[in-house]
Design a protein. Sequence first.
Length: 329
Amino acid sequence: MKTALITGITGQDGSYLTELLISKGYLVHGIVRRSSTTARARLDHLFHREDIYNKQLFLHYADLADTTTIRRIMLKCVPDEVYHLAGQSHVGASFEIPETTCEFTAMGTLRLLEIIRDLERKPKFLHISSSEIFGRPDQAPQNEQTPMRPVTPYGIAKAFATQMVTLYRESFGLFACNAICYNHESPLRGESFVTRKITRAAAAISRGLQDSVSLGSLDGRRDWGYAAEYVEVMWRMLQHEQADDFVVATGSDFSVKDFLSASFRTVGLDWKNHVTQDPRYMRPSEGTRLVGDPGKAERVLGWKAKTTLPKLAELMVQADLEKLDRVAV
Ligand code: GDP
């Protein structure tokens, strides 16, 4: 039986990964921030399973800045694999709180690498990197060789963390990998990301609960995949014989307008009648044409994204409709 330790276990990816690893028979340990009580809802169904909670799934409380506690947890759990998913992951928010973003996203990763470097039995390490490291790239699609040109505090912090992971692999021999993930969404996506904001609004508008939704720029293009599929490739990366970095993407990009159109079509509405724009949601700078080339992940790991637009928007709107209907009952 393998043991995994997950940072950011209460997040979207953390909850999908936990389900995947539990289904594979892993013992799963998760690190939870004391403050993240509300976010734990994503794992609620597992907490209530007597055969799982505190038998196959264990939670430990620590802040990523709390090196001593993290080291103690690592020594206690003796993980075979560490999945580092935690960090302030909202690009827009990173302009408001750049120091916190760098503290958790950049330094938090370095601290974990330093702890692992000192361990006698070193676990394999997976870091979720981000397409934001490419910022405004010269080429589209981007691959593992594309130079990093981040243009947001989050992207800059992620570029630091990504390069540290590569350095620790090459210089200290750690089995450390970067999953360079493009945007990945699901019904569990945080409500302030544009996709979920749109699917919740489409559901609520169709039920007559609100009239419109206020957004920022509609021109940004993203390579949107389905989070439940992305955790599979994270696991495969650590089962591969060699540690390496992989772009994780669908290979197709769509605009915010495309996402709006697919979401509102699901409920039989025209998005143009329900969207207003608000400068509050505009960003000081943005990445452009972020679309990934997932060719290496397919060749080496046999992984390919299956769900993209419009299916992705449809399944998210359906889930939000079901949620509203459950509350209404
Ligand atoms: P990320 O920035 O790529 O991590 O993902 P987001 O979902 O936060 O944003 C994706 C795109 O949607 C970006 O180009 C945003 O500028 C754009 N966008 C437009 N309106 C909104 C909004 O109200 N909230 C967010 N989060 N993004 C918006």
